[in-house]
Write a new protein. Structure first.
Ligand code: BGP
Length: 476
C-alpha cells in the first residue's frame, strides 16, 4: 500500500544530515502576481506576455497576498528555509530613483513572516525580472545597467538587515541563452552569440561589483550567486564529439565558473570560447578593470547556489544554427543545433520529461565533484533549485499522487548526499518549487510545486511529495 511505497522511498535516502538546509524555492515574478499593485513598475515581461497572449502573470500564485499561507505550509511540512527573490520593480519602479515605500514594506512583512515561522529566507536580487525601463535601454548589454543594479543592491543590503543570506543574480546563463540564443525570453534573439557572451560577462561583473560592495559594508550575513549547471556529455566517445562537449561546456558552464571563482577566464577556456566566437562571427568586449573586479570578488563568495535540472548529450555539428523550443509539453518537439559547436541529441536509456528535459541524476553527482575539484573558492554549496515539471490536475478529493516527482527528488537528493559523503561540502537542498507557479516560457501547465495551486480559487492542496518531503525532514 501507500505506506509501503513511502517507506521504500525513504529507505533510499535514509536520513538527512543534522542542520541541513531543506527548503522550497520561488521567484518573485512567478509567484507574487499583483503586477500592478502598490506602485510596482513593469518588468521586461509585462507587455511581452500581454502581446503574446498565451498566459498572464496575474494572478500567478498570489503570493503577494497569500505569503502567510505558503510560509505556514512550509513550516508545517518541515521546511526550514525558502528561496524568494525581491522584485526590483517593487523597490524601484523604473529601476532607479526614489524607493517605493509600499514595495519596501511588503518585503519587510514577508521576511518577518518567514523568520517568525523558523523558515530562513534566502533572497535573490535578480531572478529574470529586469525592469522594463532598463530592459528597453539594453538590459545587461548596457553597462549602465550594472551601476543601477549596484545601487539597488546597496539599498536592499542596508534596508533589509533581517536578511542574512543573499544571492545576487539567478542563473546568468539561462537569461543570456533564453534571451539571445534560444529566443524564448524577450527580446527573443536567435543565435546572437555576441550578445549572449557579452550578457554573461556583464552579469558576472554585476555580481562581482555587488559582492565587493557587500563585503565593504561589513554586514552580518552571507552572499553568493546562483548558476544553473548542465553537464555536457559527448553522445559517443569520438574526438569530434568530445570537442563539441568541451566547446558547449565552455559556453554555458565553464566561462561562468571561471569568471566567478577564478576571477579570470583561463587560457584553455578562452581558447574554446574564441573558437566559438570566430566560427559565429561574434566577439566579446572586455574592458580595462573588468578582470580586476572579477578577481577581487572571486575569493569573497560565502557560498555557491547550484541549480540542477538536467544534463545534455551532444554530437559535433557544422551545419547552420537553429532551434525549436518545447514550450507546450509535447514530447519530442525540442531541437538545438549550434553552428561549429554541436547538436543536442537524445541519449538512449535516459528518460525525458514532457518538455524533453533529460532526467539524469548522475549528472548532478558529476558536476558537484567537478565544482569541488576545480573551483575550491566556491566553498559551501547549496542546491538552490532541483525539481520536476509535470502536468497535474486536482480531482477535488484525493491527495495528488506525484510519485514521479518523489522519484526525481529522491534520486537527486541521493546524488547530493553521495557527493557529500565523498567530501563535497553541500549544506542544503531547495526543491523547485515550494508551491505551483507559472513557468516563464511554458505557462501554467508546467507544475513543480510540493503544494498544488488552483489558479482559479488560489486554494492550496497538499501533494504526496510534500508528505514525503516532511517525512525526510523528520529524519534530521
Ligand atoms: C530555472 C528558473 C526558475 C524555474 C525553473 C524551471 O531556470 O530559475 O525560475 O522556472 O528553471 O524552469 P521552467 O519553468 O522553464 O520549467
Amino acid at each position: 500500500g501507500e505506506n509501503q511505497i513511502m517507506s521504500d522511498l525513504l529507505n533510499r535516502v535514509t536520513t538527512l544530515p543534522r542542520g541541513f538546509v531543506w527548503g522550497g524555492a520561488t521567484a518573485a515574478y512567478q509567484v507574487e502576481g499583483a503586477t500592478k499593485a502598490d506602485g510596482k513598475g513593469k518588468t521586461m515581461w509585462d507587455d511581452y506576455l500581454e502581446e503574446q497572449g498565451r498566459f498572464s502573470p496575474d494572478p500567478a500564485s498570489d503570493f503577494y497576498h497569500l505569503y502567510p499561507t505558503d510560509i505556514k505550509l512550509a513550516q508545517d511540512y518541515g521546511l526550514n528555509a525558502v528561496r524568494v527573490s525581491i522584485a526590483w520593480t517593487r523597490i524601484f519602479p523604473q529601476g532607479y530613483g526614489e524607493p517605493n515605500e509600499k514595495g519596501v514594506a511588503y518585503y519587510h512583512r514577508l521576511f518577518k513572516e518567514c523568520i517568525d515561522h523558523g523558515v530562513t529566507p534566502y533572497v535573490s536580487l535578480h531572478h529574470f525580472d529586469s525592469p522594463k525601463n532598463l530592459f528597453d535601454a539594453g538590459d545587461w548589454l548596457n553597462r549602465k545597467n550594472i551601476d543601477h543594479f549596484v545601487d539597488y543592491a546597496r539599498f536592499c543590503f542596508t534596508e533589509f538587515t533581517e536578511v542574512k543570506n543573499w544571492f545576487t543574480v539567478n542563473e546568468l546563463i539561462s537569461l543570456a541563452l533564453s534571451q539571445y540564443v534560444a529566443g524564448n525570453f524577450p527580446p527573443n534573439h536567435h543565435f546572437d552569440i555576441s550578445s549572449a557572451i557579452q550578457a554573461e560577462h556583464n552579469e558576472l561583473l554585476a555580481h562581482a561589483r555587488v559582492v565587493n560592495l557587500y563585503k565593504s559594508l561589513n554586514l552580518d550575513g552571507r552572499i553568493g550567486l546562483i548558476h544553473v549547471l548542465q553537464p555536457i556529455y559527448p553522445i559517443t566517445n569520438t574526438k569530434e564529439n568530445q570537442h563539441a562537449a568541451d566547446l558547449y561546456d565552455a559556453f554555458i558552464n565553464r566561462f561562468l565558473l571561471d569568471g566567478t571563482f577564478l576571477g579570470e577566464y583561463s587560457d584553455e577556456t578562452m581558447a574554446l570560447i574564441n573558437e566559438i566566437l570566430s566560427k559565429n562571427d561574434a566577439h566579446l568586449d572586455i574592458q580595462r578593470d573588468d578582470m580586476e573586479i572579477l578577481k577581487a570578488a572571486s575569493t569573497r563568495n560565502d557560498y555557491f547556489g547550484l541549480n540542477y535540472y538536467q544534463s545534455q548529450f551532444i554530437q559535433a555539428y557544422d551545419g547552420p544554427s537553429g532551434n525549436e523550443f518545447n514550450g507546450t509539453g509535447e514530447k519530442g518537439t525540442t531541437s538545438f543545433s549550434f553552428h561549429g559547436v554541436g547538436q543536442l541529441v537524445p541519449k538512449a536509456g535516459v528518460p525525458t520529461t514532457d518538455w524533453d528535459w533529460n532526467i539524469y541524476p548522475e549528472g548532478l553527482y558529476d558536476i558537484l565533484k567537478r565544482v569541488a575539484r576545480e573551483y575550491p573558492n566556491s566553498h559551501t554549496i547549496y542546491i538552490t533549485e532541483n525539481g520536476l515539471g509535470l502536468k497535474e490536475e486536482y480531482n477535488g478529493e484525493d491527495i495528488i499522487q506525484d510519485d514521479k516527482r518523489i522519484d526525481y527528488i529522491d534520486q537527486h537528493v541521493d546524488a547530493v548526499l553521495r557527493a557529500r559523503s565523498e567530501g563535497v561540502d553541500v549544506q542544503g537542498y531547495f526543491v523547485w518549487s515550494l508551491q505551483d507557479q507559472f513557468s516563464w516560457a511554458n505557462g501554467y501547465n508546467k507544475r513543480y510545486g510540493l503544494f498544488y495551486v488552483d489558479f482559479d480559487t488560489q486554494k492550496r492542496h497538499v501533494k504526496k511529495s510534500a508528505q514525503w518531503f516532511k517525512a525526510l525532514a523528520d529524519t534530521m
